[in-house]
Design a binder for this molecule. Structure first.
Ligand code: HDL
Ligand code: ZN
Length: 441
């Protein structure tokens, strides 16, 4: 009786057959992208034509948005510094002029060696375009012939992404207006689950107060019991409006728990009870120092080593709350993975922002796999522009496959036959299953 194909045992060696099988399985596994800043056309798009053109639209796509990604702005400010390029001068240019300058300085006059530059090359190639153009004319022509809905379908297909989890920021006035106008429309595309984001409640209570008051919530700087009730009321209203799959906030390296300030009390007395009542996981993105260089605007944030003991304390004090945590500093990664061994309600996720480079994805994923087995979320894309899904997942899949393949090879060397079914199961779990099960409990 021949063995079913799925049970065919690969040779018990770390040979090319095994690596090839892993690369194939990881390349083909569908992705649930846990954290992005992407939107559907319902949120408006600056690339729209005629009545669909919305200059304040939130859905970013196309070559000019790809090139004016804040990662590339940081890089062109370095490349152009010798010719007197300053942030002020750069931001005085139109979006089209900014993109032309970035293309010329980083892709034509220099070799696009950085990860963010190589990403644009990967994206253009996977879209069937020649990445070697000297001007943006041909790209602009091609993108102008696409529609946002067709482009979403095309990009999700090429990238192998099934779910694109959004970031819906309570304190973003543009987005807030759109939710108040037509929440049903903004929730309509099930491929784009919602996330309720509210950094300022914990990181900047002082400035959150007047905003909340202007929205009709009776809060105060002292965060009185009445104010706590009002924050709860607001969270209830926005959870009902967005129907989020989780709640999220980013935190600075200085964040500590427990804490005595209003932000700490807002977390323990309003946010966590609301998450608990609705069974919502809470995602914490820790270690960002905002605006170290304010002139650079969105490109002006940086990284700082944060306090993992605070994460441990939170997990211990709220054992029934699921916490998904990513930390921005390379130095925090080992301690975070060890802390996740101590608290099953803690799941590390992604190689965030300045860590989203193949060399660091390799290092961090290898460490997590050795310490946690398949019980973590190896990557999220953090995309801001639709087509970035193509390169961020192409590059991450390759890095993750290399790590996974090595681990299987060691297992095979240890005497365990590796099967296709194992590989496919694990690839699906790491790229989709762990997210789905954590968000559906
Ligand atoms: O706070 C966040 O969600 C960060 O990801 C920021 O949006 C940051 O600007 C970013 O896009 N990083 O990739
Ligand atoms: Zn982000």
């Amino acid at each position: 009786m021949p063995m079913p194909a799925s049970e065919i045992r690969l040779p018990n060696i770390a040979g090319p057959d095994l690596a090839t099988a892993v690369e194939k399985a990881v390349a083909q596994a569908p992705v649930w992208d846990f954290h992005t800043h992407l939107y559907t056309p319902a949120f408006g798009t600056p690339m729209g034509r005629g009545v669909d053109h919305d200059p304040r639209g939130l859905m970013l796509w196309g070559i000019d948005e790809l090139l004016t990604y804040h990662y590339l702005i940081a890089e062109v400010l370095r490349e152009g510094a010798g010719e007197g390029l300053t942030p002020q001068r750069f931001y005085s240019l139109s979006k089209t002029e900014q993109a032309d300058l970035i293309w010329r300085k980083l892709f034509v006059e220099a070799t696009p060696l950085s990860e963010a530059c190589r990403g644009v090359v990967t994206t253009l190639t996977r879209l069937g375009l020649d990445p070697g153009e000297t001007t943006l004319d041909a790209y602009r022509k091609w993108f102008a012939e696409q529609s946002p809905d067709e482009q979403i379908d095309r990009v999700l297909e090429i990238a192998g992404v099934e779910k694109v989890t959004m970031t819906n920021d309570l304190f973003d006035g543009n987005e807030r207006e759109r939710w108040l106008a037509d929440a049903d429309l903004l929730r309509a595309d099930s491929r784009f689950p919602t996330v309720l984001r509210f950094d300022a409640l914990v990181t900047d209570w002082e400035h959150a107060v007047p905003r909340l008051q202007s929205w009709g919530y009776e809060v105060d700087q002292e965060l009185s019991p009445r104010a706590i009730d009002e924050v709860r009321r607001m969270l209830e209203e926005w959870i009902a409006r967005l129907r989020p799959v989780y709640c999220a906030m980013s935190l600075p390296p200085t964040w500590r728990f427990p804490g005595a300030d209003e932000g700490a009390r807002c977390l323990t007395d309003a946010i966590l009870p609301a998450c608990g009542e609705h069974g919502l996981p809470l995602a914490l993105m820790i270690g960002v120092t905002r605006q170290i260089n304010p002139e650079a605007k969105l490109a002006g944030d940086t990284v700082g080593a944060a306090d993992v003991a605070s994460v441990a304390h939170l997990c211990r004090e709220f054992p029934h709350q699921r916490f998904l945590v990513t930390m921005l500093s390379r130095e925090n990664q080992h301690e975070l993975a060890v802390t996740a061994r101590k608290f099953a309600n803690l799941t590390p996720f992604g190689c965030w922002w300045f860590l989203n480079n193949p060399s660091l994805i390799d290092e961090i994923t290898r460490m997590r796999l050795e310490l946690l087995g398949p019980t973590f979320i190896p990557q999220h894309s953090d995309c801001r522009v639709l087509e970035q899904l193509i390169y961020k997942w192409d590059h991450s899949r390759r890095a993750i496959a290399a790590v996974l393949g090595d681990q299987y090879a060691k297992l095979a060397d240890a005497g365990l036959p590796i099967t296709d079914r194992m590989i496919e199961r694990d690839a699906h779990r790491l790229l989709h299953g762990n997210v789905a099960s954590l968000l559906s409990r």
